[in-house]
Design a protein. Structure first.
Lengths: 248, 270, 270, 248
């Protein structure tokens, strides 16, 4: 553990590490993966996957970096640091076009609200034209979610106000497969989000309690294996500054 | 030899004639954004701006606080993790002063491409299953060759002015961007007028790439402003990092008057 | 570190599976065209090629003489002043062996843009008053926002393979073009597969521009062939001029058999 | 006169010089001018205009050159030489987009056939699908002619087979204003090409005789002033190799 991360409360470390590791495991079979801005956990998860679970994974980011060197990640995930050690330069515009051509495999996108159908809302609470709360917007999600092969949504809170029966507004929908939260992983099955697994620090009951709709479980649902020694060591190696903790 | 296109920041800001103007700002989030230009525009009261950007933060927030933003066409408006929400933007939208013309970042790109290609709209393979097309009034195009897929037609956005902060420019207006280029090359092609604000103005031969790799070609550029530190309080790749305290200071302001006092105190002429 | 993508010319040519294939060739006229690749393709008899290019010359002429060109989508096929007409192309078209899918150069660009953007067609502001849209069967799009202008919808062309000759590449497939880049950056984005043939393969650090200014990003590239002289008998900026005698020698040939004998005698393996 | 041009027959020198000078004069009020490949005379005319008639003229070419230094022109007008001394790099794609935006002022385009209405044919003689003669194609013309403010067509032959009542096929039409030939200048007036002027080495009668339709004259038609001493000196300075003679 680096000096920078020593002050992070233990409960945050446990949750963030579990999420990063699980997100990396989900990437085991991806050909390429992309994240945009405001995405510290995905950036760390991709770096970890390239270190441990899928060394062939091609890593594309919003700054234009390709397979950037791990270890220099910053809290701002669109900063120029995201070109450090890049193997090439492939701009955000290039990535959107690649995605429109059907060649983007895995995208990480945030969702302020996620609903039972796997739809996400990053736009508004209340009417679109006269919003009660104007959210920041979906960034690339309305373009990427329908066209990528696979979208992983992550959230750093799991509560009934944000994981809901039906979004106020659908910013994006289509390829959402997993929703990773501090409690575990939800997965799309038969057109709805179901519990796929829960972290060692959480439980199925806790997920049910904090989800805004009566959620079913996948057939193979169960506890998620805690991060292994090797995974944790690699996590510290790719993210010595503890960027993964910044979202909490 | 072509004439020099250097101008002062005052001249650059005056390229925005009073009234409703569409302004595209280069960079992304808080990185390599022409904030010095933004600060000077924020001191004007005679503008109603339509801002265009894939993902904005401090720039849009400041201009919303200044009360001169009519509409924002963007995919995302907010700081990232460290600085949280763009509260001035948010309150401008929630109070009805500013219209949020929400886009996907890719449809901002399509809007600019349409303008660059001289078209009133461009189809895009995106926005399926989203409420955005209906909310934004985007029409759908059929495939005239019989394919069954349909495509939203994204209306062109032709900025009156694009302002792009570069690390290096020459006197003629050739600009070279170090690091992420964001949508700036496209903005320069879509806009009616283009201004570069530059950390350094150097001889053409001293640009960091040969002329056949220049990012912004002089043909498109109306003016070059020498603006060292011109992206502060944001970052500029290879030159400086973001200044968190200065960003938080502006986030904490709560009126246009406070903002103008603050900017004047910072040393910018009114 | 990513694996090396170097391959032999034989491997590169074999990326074109037998049958009907769409092939985009980089460069323009006789300049920086991957002629070494073209010579090797001309020795095959199992292909029916659809060639894509804004303006072709020796490349299209040679492949037409080889008798393996089904169609050519181009704005212009001919040498310039010094070398006159592309007579092999012309006789292939006039005899009905090859279909001339005539374009404006800009509509070739629109075709490639459509493919790069994942679209089956792209509108373009061009071709007014021309007989080409009717002759080519291009449909027209109305402006869904009520404008009165109409736009031809140019069908996408997605090359199975784009081959681009560059002065410098690294092992990973980052390519840097010195001088005119023509439509090569777009071709690399539109095609399913991309091969670079390179005068020199150098360490990434030794490329003539920093990585953030690379022309062809490795992400898009399947293979890199070390091919010094790979644009001969055409020119390659910074490396060599065109070889007029060698061009005229091929212009003077009159059958596919003569061409294959000539190419074999030139030292290329059959 | 350079060594290279000393062997050019006098009659070709007279015609090419007169055409180049007249094309340069036509550029006196243009903001920018573009030529594509196979365009030696336009390249020389633009360089001459920038030297004598319109120093502010912005010169764009197919190679991506901007205001390239005169003196290094080559017979191939899309060769890398057309970047020598360039002030910037503005690709052909950029030029087409600029033209589609309505910002290209003057374009030079060739026409194998030009007709009374100012339409040009570079595509076919005979039916499009089964041509008797397949011409090289219009290159950029079908995109540029309808959108540029002003197109100048030049031809190095003036005969009744190529300046015709009606083209076999219309490759491009729209903004053609002048057609410059070895005999003189035709100009669009009231929707048809008329004789605007004839070179000192030619005559109105000669133009009428070699034109494939009964051609009228413009009200201001008259003999074209021969190249002045200064124009000829500047012509040799911008084109010391005699690239302008290569089209004949």
């Amino acid at each position: 553990m680096s000096t920078e991360t020593r002050d992070v409360p233990r409960e945050i470390r446990i949750v963030a590490d579990a999420m990063a590791v699980e997100m990396a495991r989900i990437l085991a079979n991806s050909r390429n993966a992309f994240h945009g801005l405001a995405s510290p956990l995905p950036a760390v998860a991709i770096a970890l996957a390239r270190s441990v679970h899928n060394p062939q994974l091609e890593y594309l980011n919003i700054a234009g970096g390709v397979n950037i060197a791990p270890g220099s990640l910053t809290v701002s995930t669109c900063s120029p640091a995201f070109l450090a050690g890049s193997e090439s330069f492939f701009s955000l515009t290039d990535i959107f076009d690649l995605c429109a051509r059907g060649e983007l495999d895995t995208a990480f996108l945030g969702g302020v609200q996620v609903d039972r159908r796997g739809h996400i809302n990053n736009s508004v609470i209340g009417p679109f034209a006269t919003p009660k709360v104007k959210l920041p917007g979906g960034a690339g999600s309305a373009a990427i979610v329908p066209m990528a092969r696979h979208t992983i949504v992550w959230r750093t809170r799991h509560d009934a106000r944000s994981i809901v029966e039906r979004c106020d507004f659908v910013t994006a929908a289509g390829s959402v497969r997993e929703v990773v939260t501090p409690l575990g992983v939800l997965r799309m099955e038969e057109g709805e989000l179901r519990v796929a697994g829960w972290f060692a620090h959480a439980s199925l009951e806790e997920i049910r309690e904090h989800t805004g709709f009566p959620i079913r479980t996948c057939d193979d649902a169960g506890p998620i294996a805690p991060p292994g020694e090797g995974e944790l060591a690699a996590l510290d190696a790719v993210d010595p500054q503890g960027v993964r903790y910044s979202e909490f | 030899m072509a004439a020099s296109k250097t101008m002062t920041m005052t001249e650059a800001v005056s390229l925005l004639a009073p009234g409703s103007r569409t302004l595209a700002l280069g960079g992304n989030s808080i990185h390599r954004v022409p904030h010095a230009f933004v600060h000077r525009v924020a001191q004007r009261t005679d503008l109603r701006l339509h801002l265009v950007k894939t993902a904005g933060a401090y720039d849009i927030d400041v201009l919303c606080l200044a009360g001169i933003v009519e509409a924002v066409s963007a995919g995302f408006v907010g700081y990232e993790t460290e600085f949280g929400l763009a509260r001035h933007y948010r309150s401008a939208v929630e109070s009805g002063r500013t219209e949020a013309r929400e886009h996907a970042c890719y449809t901002v790109i399509a809007s600019l491409r349409a303008a660059a290609y001289g078209l009133p709209f461009l189809p895009v393979r995106a926005l399926y299953n989203s409420d955005l097309p209906r909310a934004r009034g985007f029409e759908w195009l059929d495939d005239p060759y019989g394919g069954t897929e349909r495509f939203p037609a994204i209306p062109a956005i032709r900025p009156d002015l694009a302002v792009i902060h570069v690390q290096h420019a020459d006197l003629h207006g050739n600009g070279v961007i170090t690091g992420p280029k964001n949508e700036d090359l496209l903005m320069a092609r879509a806009a009616r007028h283009v201004v570069l604000t530059a950390e350094e103005i150097v001889d053409t031969d001293a640009l960091p790439v040969p002329l056949d790799h220049v990012d912004i070609p002089s043909v498109l550029v109306d003016g070059v402003v020498h603006a060292p530190g011109g992206a502060r309080p944001g970052s500029c790749a290879g030159s400086y990092d973001a200044d968190a305290d200065a960003i938080r200071a502006v986030q904490a302001l709560s009126s246009a008057a406070e903002l103008r006092d603050y900017l004047t105190a910072q040393g910018g002429p009114a």
